[in-house]
Design a binder for this molecule. Structure first.
Ligand SMILES: [Zn+2]
Length: 301
């Protein structure tokens, strides 16, 4: 005889994404799969359940996945009905404050870090303000170091952009819907829960300017100069690591602190992330190799 199932009882199901093969466990009420009386129960896994894909799974009475189905087309986000411009009081606020208010902290700081890392930024929005200003905003801040910035409507996203963003070439791309303040796709380094401590570099950048006293133009100029300095310091340190002038982490951290100045909190993690993403240089690995060589040399004597 079959044992009774309590409503609280949960079944653990191992799910593998049919698109990217990411896997994880989901928990669903045991009753949901045993009480249907059907052979298989279908369960919809929306975006972010397992990974950035959504799909349908078919589970048997024992909680084993017997099949998958993906959609060719998905109406993920419907544009909001009320005009979004009204939500934000533009007034005489500067462009940074406006964009930060539209994006919210998480998207705003992750966008800045993406740009520092030279990773593409894809913004879905129906807001004219962003279509007109977001590209030029990043251009002004990052100058020749600016990555690709794409601002598109939901319609454009569904028609063409979506395919591009999900191609392997754009693995590091940061994709979000600004109207819903929802992140859709982000590189691995961002996937941990958002914490401000991980963005001290960007935070200290904003602290360099005074939004009450300085003009928008002044602010953008100061930030642009500082960003260029940050990237150029990264290049300098990268060269010193590659030519083995710096051959250990301690020395690199010391140089970074010495040369980045007091005002800007250029921490080691941010430098590491810029070097990895923008220049494809893994400093820890270089240090390891240098040390291996030294160890080998030692054994010779
Ligand atoms: Zn997937």
């Amino acid at each position: 005889m079959q044992r009774e199932i309590t409503p609280e009882e949960k079944k653990k199901i191992h799910v593998v994404c049919p698109v990217c093969n990411s896997d994880d466990y989901i928990f669903i009420p045991a009753m949901a799969i045993s009480g249907t009386g059907k052979g298989l129960t279908s369960i919809f896994c929306p975006v972010d359940t397992i990974c950035e894909h959504s799909f349908q799974i078919f589970v048997d009475n024992n909680g084993i996945v017997r099949g998958y189905e993906t959609s060719d087309y998905e109406l993920t986000f419907t544009p909001s009905e009320e005009p979004l411009e009204e939500r934000i009081e533009v007034g005489d606020k500067g462009i940074i404050q406006i964009i930060k208010a539209i994006f919210g902290d998480e998207i705003f700081y992750k966008s800045l870090r993406s740009a520092l890392n030279n990773n593409e930024i894809y913004c879905i929005t129906e807001q004219e303000y962003l279509h007109d200003n977001l590209g030029p905003f990043f251009q002004k801040l990052f100058g020749i170091y600016c990555p690709e910035i794409v601002v598109c409507t939901m319609r454009e996203y569904n028609r063409t952009v979506r395919k591009t963003v999900y191609s392997s070439k754009h693995k590091q791309a940061f994709l979000f819907n600004a109207d819903l303040t929802a992140i859709i796709k982000q590189p691995e380094i961002f996937k941990e829960r958002f914490r401000m401590e991980r963005f001290t570099l960007e935070e200290s950048l904003l602290k360099m300017v005074d939004f009450n006293k300085q003009s928008d133009e002044e602010i953008m100029q100061i930030l642009h100069n500082t960003i260029v300095n940050i990237i150029e310091l990264s290049v300098l340190l990268k060269n010193d690591v590659e030519s083995k002038v710096i051959d250990n982490r301690k020395e690199l951290e010391r140089r970074l602190q010495k040369e980045s100045g007091k005002k800007i909190k250029f921490d080691y993690a941010s430098l590491d992330s810029i070097l990895k993403n923008r220049f494809d240089v893994d400093v820890e690995r270089i240090f390891l190799k240098v040390n291996e060589k030294i160890d080998k040399l030692k054994t010779l004597f």
